[in-house]
Design a protein around this ligand. Structure first.
Ligand code: HEC
Length: 111
């Protein structure tokens, strides 16, 4: 019984540590995404304009992507029609939970 208690405590500590290491979504957006998509989601940065990044404050742009699209694009990246990389994949850099948090974050740009 004592062993089980310790096990539960240990896994609670591991979970807390994992949470502490995951950066808040706003920080992740700033560090990984804002360069192209803009801090405000409009994509009006130097690189964003060059790559023709869409304006995520627009309802019609938001309407065209599902939550799954957002997760998939962030995980696997985005290719253009000829298969050239437009946006890199983040699955190696960010956790599944961190990637999922972008859905709510991006939806908020719509205002
Ligand atoms: C090097 C520039 C660049 C960076 C950095 C970048 N993106 Fe993108 N992203 C693009 C381009 C280009 C597109 C394709 C055009 C568009 O949909 O705006 C795109 C598309 C998307 C889409 C739309 C997918 C769809 O189905 O319409 C989402 C969501 C997205 N990016 C999220 C992110 C997130 C989250 C990050 C940070 C973890 C990020 N991007 C970082 C350039 C970038």
């Amino acid at each position: 019984m004592k062993y089980i208690k310790h096990l539960a405590l240990a896994s609670a500590l591991v979970a807390a540590a994992a949470l502490a290491f995951a950066a808040p979504v706003a920080e992740n957006w700033e560090n990984h995404c804002a360069k192209c998509h803009g801090a405000d989601g409009k994509g009006q940065t130097k690189v964003g304009k060059k790559l023709n990044v869409k304006d995520y404050t627009k309802a019609d742009v938001q309407g065209k992507m599902s939550d799954e699209d957002i997760i998939k694009a962030t995980k696997d990246g985005v290719l253009d029609k000829s298969g050239k990389e437009k946006m890199k994949a983040y699955k190696g850099e960010l956790s599944e939970a961190e990637i999922k948090e972008f859905v709510g974050y991006i939806r908020k740009f719509k205002g």
